[in-house]
Design a protein around this ligand. Structure first.
Ligand code: GDP
Ligand code: MN
Length: 381
């Protein structure tokens, strides 16, 4: 009796075992073995292959676009920070190119380090002398006096000659540097900026697919003392070139009285994603050349921010200007941070919502929302 029970037990074990292996073979299930477990990348070569696969997937969808930075060699370490933040939050998945421009030759250290950090191709350009010097119609003594006077009045950058060349270059020339001519869109990045949220979708692609020409994340009022005659110059241009003024433009954003005076609102141009083809258009070049003739880049201290903003607000349709509220950004001293908690969590943001500048008194973004009848996003007070 005891013997029989023992054998029966073995028989049951054997049957169960056989059935198990039969079903395993029928259903293609496999017993785990070392080779079938996913394993972390072991070698540099494996890792590199993964990276290439990732960028390859996106590369086919890329737009013809580049990052662009105007910088001095001495800006290297502040620039390294900016590149790191742009790569970590966005470009590591897209590998867009990066063009660096300078009025002097970039040194080897600048090129070596920035090339190591940028995931796309890097290009380094010297600015031609005639784009960074006085045009012949400028009275240089008068310009020097203006600088002294503005310095005495403690106007920011009022005494600086190089800052004026920089503003004029950003207003009228960077987009026609030979290195920029093959691209359709640009994203301007300055030293020491920060991006606080992941950027998952490609803003370049968004711009192209939606016929956007200019974009911003922060807007504010310009210092009157830097642009006393800018609006007169703009009005002269508008009278001479009514054909360049767009219907359904954003004039309401920059003027509270139908174009009579400038309210000093402008998009903060240290961040810009925009269309190079628009900046290279006859419309924009006529505008820049008309302003340039009036000399305010040197006799006053016109910034490229009001110059670009006024162009966008008068010569584009207002729906061609994009406010990117999901791109969280810092350039000293202002922050743009989404107030909406869900956005901040989804995009792994690291900014403090209390720091958001958008609805403060000195910001013009409220006005932008009014002019466009936009509803403020969730959680925005
Ligand atoms: P701010 O943001 O108005 O305070 O001005 P920045 O000092 O940041 O200058 C604006 C941009 O122009 C930055 O990208 C600077 O690196 C760049 N920049 C300013 N001055 C010069 C200059 O003299 N030469 C070059 N190559 N770049 C400059
Ligand atoms: Mn700056």
């Amino acid at each position: 009796m005891a013997v029989n029970v023992r054998y029966t037990r073995y028989l049951v074990f054997a049957l169960v075992g056989l059935t198990f292996f039969y079903f395993m073979s029928r259903t293609n299930l496999q017993l785990p073995n070392a080779a079938s477990f996913p394993r972390p990348a072991q070698t540099y070569k494996d890792f590199k292959a993964n990276q290439d696969q990732r960028s390859g997937a996106n590369a086919t969808e890329r737009v013809n676009a580049t990052f662009v930075t105007l910088a001095r060699n001495s800006d290297l370490w502040d620039m390294v920070k900016s590149i790191r933040t742009v790569e970590d939050r966005f470009n590591r998945d897209y590998n867009y190119d990066w063009v660096f421009l300078n009025d002097q030759e970039f040194d080897e250290e600048f090129k070596k380090l920035t090339t190591a950090l940028v995931s796309g191709k890097t290009h380094y350009g010297l600015i031609p002398k005639e784009h960074w010097s006085y045009p012949d119609w400028i009275d240089q003594d008068k310009a020097a006096e203006a600088r002294q006077e503005m310095d005495r009045k403690k106007i920011i950058y009022g005494g600086s000659e190089s800052y004026r060349h920089m503003c004029r270059y950003e207003s009228g020339f960077f987009f026609r540097h030979p290195l920029m001519m093959n691209y359709e869109y640009y994203w301007r990045v300055e030293p020491s900026i920060e991006l606080f949220c992941d950027i998952r979708a490609d803003p370049f692609r968004f711009m192209k697919e939606n016929d956007k020409k200019y974009s911003f994340v922060i807007s504010l009022y310009e210092y009157e003392a830097t642009i006393p005659s800018l609006w007169d110059s703009v009005k002269k241009f508008m009278q001479n070139h009514p054909e360049h003024i767009s219907e359904d433009n954003a004039m309401e954003f920059i003027s509270d009285n139908g174009g009579e005076t400038y309210n000093k609102c402008h998009f903060w141009s240290n961040f810009e994603i925009g269309s190079l083809e628009w900046l290279r258009s006859k419309q924009y070049i006529d505008y820049f050349e008309s302003l340039d003739q009036d000399g305010g880049f040197f006799y006053e201290r016109w910034g490229d921010a009001p110059v670009h903003s006024i162009a966008a607000a008068t010569m584009l349709r207002k729906d061609q200007i994009q406010f990117f509220h999901d791109i969280a950004y810092y350039h000293v001293p202002f922050t743009h941070c989404p107030n909406d908690e869900k956005t901040r969590l989804d995009l792994r943001c690291s900014c403090k919502p209390k720091d958001n500048f958008d609805w403060r008194d000195y910001s013009c973004t409220n006005k932008w929302f009014k002019v466009n009848h936009l509803e403020k996003p969730n959680g925005w007070d």
